[in-house]
Every structure is written in C-alpha cells, then in structure tokens.
Design a protein around this ligand. Structure first.
Ligand code: FES
Length: 82
C-alpha cells in the first residue's frame, strides 16, 4: 500500500492522512483515529489495519496489503456482512 492509497475506503482516508494524524495527535487507543476524517467508523474493515498502523506508524508500506487486494478483500468482507 502506498501513502496516498485509501486505508479507510468508506471515508476515503489515505494512509498518509492516518500516519500524519498519529504523529500530530499521538492517540492512545485506536478508536481515537475516528477523529481522522471518520476513519474506521463505517464498515469496520480497516480497523485492524488502523490499529496496526497506530502501533507502528513508521511501518514499511510493504507490510500493508497492496491497494487492489485490500479493496477486493473489503468487498468480500462486506458481502459476508449481508
Ligand atoms: S473501510 Fe474503514 S470503516 Fe469501512
């Protein structure tokens, strides 16, 4: 996943925005990331990734899935929710 790829697809929040939010605001619990343009407050798919990024904001981008696979897996996740 590249910095400008959307990490929260529901609210179009990029990885770069989340990382910047973490650096500036230093949240102590993942739910505080909802203050970053609503990240994580939609379908919930991105929450584990938000948590992972919060634990390691300088994480190598290679450790997050490629955006195409990420979006495809989210579609499956949402289908399963129905
Ligand atoms: S992708 Fe972030 S809440 Fe749905």
């Amino acid at each position: 996943m590249k910095d400008d790829d959307e990490l929260c697809l529901c609210f179009h929040v990029t990885k770069r925005k989340v990382v910047q939010y973490i650096r500036v605001n230093q949240p102590t619990v993942p739910s505080q990331l909802s203050e970053c343009y609503g990240a994580g407050t939609g379908c919930g798919w991105c929450r584990p990734f938000l948590k992972r990024l919060m634990e390691q904001p300088d994480m190598d981008s290679e450790l997050l899935p490629e955006s195409d696979a990420y979006a495809a897996n989210r579609r499956q996740y949402r289908q399963a929710q129905k």
